[in-house]
Design a protein around this ligand. Structure first.
Ligand code: FAD
Ligand code: EGU
Length: 474
């Protein structure tokens, strides 16, 4: 039907029953995967069936889908459908400067891109695909309230009534505030940490123009980097833009009336005002509330009959556009291990934790690091310079030099390996520059033929080079 790998392998697995808690992005994809293993799949979702809803409240309307997420969709035959029918390619970033000037920086070679996809569309597509399998059963309005992850027992609340269920495996795909994880936290030796950052986010909208067109160049991820504040815009299928404003909660709180808000936008996001429209900006801003951003690490991800995946296991700040992509890659890994161990959960689950934990924690760290970096960025020029330097080196050494964002968004290099690779590259740049500087200083010293001057000169240049490198974020 579609050009994906989509091999319909069915592995006989007896009467095995898998319960998926949460029918969001990761839960829905997991249902597609497990359906192919021939197990009896029951997916329990707290909300209504989004396919039957007119408006869906909640988080980010669109997301950046990159290589990892695409790879995971491909294996259940959904990649082409998603990117061709509902993906808007973004070939680079478009940086908006405070003075209104713009500059684009490509992601790589001409065809390299990430896709802006609607959360709702993605979720619906995966639920429908899952439901096509006779062994998949979807249960909406089911909120997990109790669970026993040793026995595989669950209690749901369904329209005010309690419903009991039992399964051989309970997959917690219930997001950052996971009820399954809450149960795991009662286990001995379960590690957990969470961090709320001072920034919150609010989604605004740039509507289509009068002629029904995109109000900005559509095939870019638009960024307004402003140090303490930042705004990002991703294109929607209906030619509107979802704009996400990131700033500290106290700044959100300080914008108490329309005049404050407009003054703030005139200083920081002047070019966005006519795009959003003054009236709409005021209306949307004051009818919305800023949401918080949390980063969560924990381990292990499994108990005897339970496993947490996606945000439930590794919620991260969104500054790498990887939360969903990492969650989709989780599904890919589980599928690989299920195949490798013929569904033997006693082997699959511990190996899943062992393999996935270092990578999940690595991407949480990378996303947090990027947050700090974006926040402390003095201006967009620094950002630009860094990306150009990275791209330049990549152009010269395409096989060995890969910028970090490339490893993260355009490869399936394990996240923890990407960090190691980045450290090695940084070291190389540093020592190369240092060597150059030392050679220059040495040359100068030779010409001056003054040993004592050489020391001072070399030290000064060395210190300056260090500073310059630090300024570049290397
Ligand atoms: P969720 O999508 O949160 O789904 C969890 C589901 O579980 C929900 O449907 C919920 O109703 C259900 N549920 C919860 N509790 C229960 C219960 N007790 N019983 C039954 N059901 C329950 N990622 C990217 O890859 N690219 C991006 O560009 C990107 N941008 C982002 C921008 C922002 C502002 C934010 C906040 C996040 C962004 N992300 C992005 C991250 C992405 O949204 C998440 O990583 C992704 O949604 C995680 O999917 P999930 O299925 O694990 O959790
Ligand atoms: C943040 C919020 C640009 C969607 C990181 C880039 C993001 C997204 C970047 C959000 C940025 C930041 C990268 C991608 C992506 C960039 C990336 C961030 C999608 C380093 C809807 N980030 N995001 N990096 O390179 O690798 O374009 O809300 F502004 S996609 Cl913060 Cl590639």
């Amino acid at each position: 039907m579609n050009g994906d790998v989509g091999n319909n392998r069915i592995i006989a697995s007896g009467e095995k029953k898998v319960a998926i808690v949460g029918g969001g992005l990761v839960g829905a994809l997991n249902a597609c995967y497990l359906a192919r293993h021939g197990v009896e799949v029951h997916l329990y979702e707290y909300r209504d069936d989004i396919r039957q809803m007119e408006h869906v409240a909640g988080r980010s309307i669109n997301l950046a889908l990159s290589f990892r997420g695409r790879s995971a969709l491909a294996r259940v035959g959904l990649e082409q459908k998603v990117i061709e029918q509902h993906g808007i390619p973004m070939y680079g970033r478009m940086i908006h400067n405070p003075d209104g000037s713009r500059r684009s920086i490509p992601y790589g070679k001409a065809d390299q891109c990430i896709y802006s996809v609607g959360r709702r569309y993605l979720n619906e597509t995966m639920l429908t695909e899952a439901e096509n399998h006779p062994n998949v059963h979807l249960h909406f309005h089911h909120k997990l309230i109790h669970s026993d992850l040793k026995k595989g027992k669950m209690v749901f609340e369904n329209n005010g009534e309690e419903v009991q269920a039992e399964a051989d495996l309970v997959l917690g795909c219930d997001g950052a505030y996971s009820a399954v994880r809450r149960q795991m936290m009662k286990m001995p030796r379960f590690n957990y940490s969470q961090t709320y950052i001072p920034h919150g986010y609010m989604e605004l909208c740039i509507p289509p123009t009068q002629h029904g067109q995109f109000a900005m160049e559509p095939n870019y991820l638009h960024i307004w980097p402003r140090g303490q504040f930042m705004m990002i815009a991703l294109p929607n299928q209906d030619k509107s833009w979802t704009v996400t404003l990131f700033m500290p909660f106290d700044v959100f709180d300080s914008l108490t009336n329309p005049d404050c808000l407009l003054d703030f936008f005139r200083v920081h996001y002047r070019d966005a005002i006519p795009l959003i429209g003054e009236e709409k900006l005021i209306k949307d801003f004051f009818s919305n509330r800023a949401s918080s951003l949390v980063s969560i690490k924990c381990s292990p991800y499994h108990s005897s009959k339970g496993l947490i995946m996606g945000d439930a296991a590794h919620a991260m700040v969104p500054f790498y556009g990887q939360g969903m992509n990492a969650g989709f890659e989780d599904c890919l890994l589980l599928d690989e291990l299920m195949t490798k161990h013929h569904m033997d959960l006693d082997r699959v689950l511990p190996e899943y934790t062992e393999l996935r934990n270092p990578d999940a924690e690595a991407i949480c760290d990378l996303a947090m690091y990027n947050y700090v970096e974006m926040r402390d960025l003095v201006n967009s020029r620094t950002f630009l310079l860094r990306k150009m330097l990275d791209n330049l080196l990549h152009a010269f050494f395409p096989n060995s030099w890969m910028p970090l964002y490339g490893m993260v968004s355009f490869s399936r290099v394990r996240y923890h390996r990407a960090i190691e690779h980045k450290r090695r590259q940084d070291k190389i740049v540093r020592s190369t520059v240092m060597a150059l500087v030392a050679a220059l200083a040495g040359g100068a010293a030779y010409l001056l033929q003054r040993g004592d001057l050489w020391r001072t000169a070399a030290d000064t240049v060395h210190a300056q080079a260090r500073q310059a490198l630090a300024g570049l974020g290397l």
